[in-house]
Design a protein around this ligand. Structure first.
Ligand SMILES: Nc1ncnc2c1ncn2[C@@H]1O[C@H](COP(=O)(O)OP(=O)(O)OP(=O)(O)O)[C@@H](O)[C@H]1O
Ligand SMILES: [Mg+2]
Length: 278
């Protein structure tokens, strides 16, 4: 790798991906610190996720990837002893910090976990869940939005004849797409995915990856993955995190996925992606 190929793109700078300008960020953090009790798990993280694009977060185990995701939708606030400082910006404005604002923010950010977590209720009720929290619906008015969400999640054909059966009877891959439909039903601005395919077989994984590409422009996706091939397949931008001093997670580099993998600008990124570390 010769020096002239190294390019440095600061997170706040609009990066070019395939010659296309990245949209403005849907979510940004500036100088984000996070602690669990006395342990600092994130240090000065400047992260950003362009609107309607897929941003992958990679890095060794324990470097704070899940912490960063859960900081974005304020889920970590529920962990005793957790505290955070720094800025979080949603579509250019400071993120709300008041209780009602935080609840609204969580609603705008869907989340998929490593293990699909459908609720122990019917397929239909899983998808309708968030819609029912928002307001009262007349009996059949939910049919249309539920079908639309299941269609977007690529699951409608498989479940249309079993909508009233328990979601727990679906396969793992179907359950993960159901969780995706449940998120999509409430029109989230952002979907946070924490290793969403690590419990799925290769075919179910490809299905979820295809869907992620289909949502391009509609939803902002931030995906944590241990699989660098997956990051390269699905994301427009990749962030590499690593433990720094005191094991606090730091964001080493964030760049277009093509550049991060082909022309990493930081030695630590290069060592990680070439397998010399982690
Ligand atoms: N609830 C918690 N209480 C205390 N420490 C925590 C908690 N959750 C995470 N940590 C610590 O914070 C650090 C970052 O953890 P995190 O789960 O964010 O890492 P990660 O990058 O997602 O790792 P992995 O790839 O293994 O999922 C780790 O040292 C972890 O032990
Ligand atoms: Mg994790």
């Amino acid at each position: 790798m010769s020096a002239e190929f190294r390019i440095q793109v600061a997170p706040e700078v609009v990066a070019a991906v395939n010659g296309e300008k990245l949209p403005a960020p849907a979510v940004e953090t500036r100088g984000l610190d996070a602690w669990y009790g006395d342990f600092q798990s994130l240090r000065k993280v400047d992260f950003s996720a362009a609107k309607g694009r897929v941003t992958a977060i990679i890095g060794p185990s324990g470097c704070g990837k899940s912490t960063l995701l859960r900081a974005l939708n304020r889920m970590n606030d529920l962990v005793p002893g957790y505290r955070t400082s720094g800025e979080m910006i949603l579509e250019g404005s400071p993120a709300p910090t008041d209780p009602a604002g935080v609840i609204a923010l969580r609603r705008r950010m869907g989340m998929l976990f490593q293990r699909p977590n459908p609720f122990p209720m019917s397929v239909f009720d899983n998808v309708a869940y968030g819609l029912r929290l928002e307001r009262r619906w007349k009996k059949h008015d939910l049919d249309e939005p539920v079908e639309r969400a299941l269609t977007r999640a690529g699951l409608w054909e498989e479940v249309k004849d079993r909508l009233s059966r328990s979601a727990l009877g679906l396969s793992g891959g179907q359950q993960q797409r159901l969780c995706l439909a449940r998120s999509l039903a409430v029109d989230p601005q952002v979907i946070l995915m924490d290793e969403p395919t690590s419990a799925l077989d290769p075919i179910a994984t490809l299905r979820v990856e295809e869907l992620m590409r289909e949502f391009r422009d509609e939803v902002t996706i931030i995906i944590v993955t241990h699989n660098m091939q997956q990051a390269a397949r699905v994301s427009d931008v990749t962030a590499f995190m690593m433990m720094g001093a005191g094991r606090a997670g730091e964001l080493v580099e964030i760049n277009s996925t093509i550049d991060l993998f082909n022309r990493p600008s930081d030695r630590r990124t290069e060592d990680y992606i070439t397998g010399r570390f982690g």
